[in-house]
Ligand binder design. Sequence first.
Ligand code: SF4
Length: 314
Amino acid sequence: MSDKPQLRHPEKARKPDNPSPRKPDWIRVKAPTSAEAAEVRKLMRDKNLHTVCEEAACPNIGECWKHRHATFMILGDTCTRACAFCNVKTGKPGAVDVTEPENLAESVTSMGLRHVVITSVDRDDLADGGAFQFVACIERVRAASPDCTVEVLTPDFRDKPGAIDAVARARPDVFNHNLETVPRLYPTIRPGARYFESLRLLQRVKEVDGSIFTKSGIMVGLGEDRAEVLQVMDDMRSAGVDFITIGQYLQPTLKHCAVDRFVTPDEFEDYKAVAKAKGFLMVSASPLTRSSHHADRDFAELKAARAKLTSAAE
Ligand code: SF4
């Protein structure tokens, strides 16, 4: 834990007891108790690395870590933002760890990953928002594991000119940036971000390098309605996004925003059908969908979907 004072989102501070409705039967999660999960945990500690799986209290950690699939969270474990949905701690982050790219690359090699997902906390305190560290991690992973594909899940790099371009020019295979929710809910759910700036980021990646797959996701159950979700889909398609993920928001602690409602599996199926009809190459929509869930398998499907589309056009 940081010994620095923690910043808190006013919404979180105002609602110390903020219960969500009871979880329905279709939300079932397994604890990370397998031997493989213990190995992943030890490796992260030994290499002084963080995962968003642990920091964000992801419900899929038991399943993912059993298959040695983890999402690395670089640039420390302390975020400069305080989004109302996120369990990652907020405060003043420490110095950037210059050994992190090497440690991450060594971990990818020792875990034998074919596809790695690298995300980070927001680093509004850094002049480049942490873009340089993303680039260093991509380059080190490529050098150490040439057959491993790389997916980045970046912050929005607000007011960090050149940061998006720098990361895109390092040519990750997938560039993911989550819109998280519908624009109406940004002031309460994601107050430090701007919907159209996030959308513009996704569009910019395609302008820099059209061959990079772009991906974005939202959580539902935060108070949005169906029409708003469909509008987000249209916005993403306008920005050229290839892959959309839609999952149920779960409240990490009582200090966070409460679940407005649990979206039913049938409604997720409906979102999936609509998103496919709108032209996304890939759609993942289910209660436990998370941006990095099954990312290796999904990447293979994403490539196959583009190849099919290209051959049909020839
Ligand atoms: S879904 Fe992503 S964040 Fe969650 S446990 Fe799996 S790899 Fe980690």
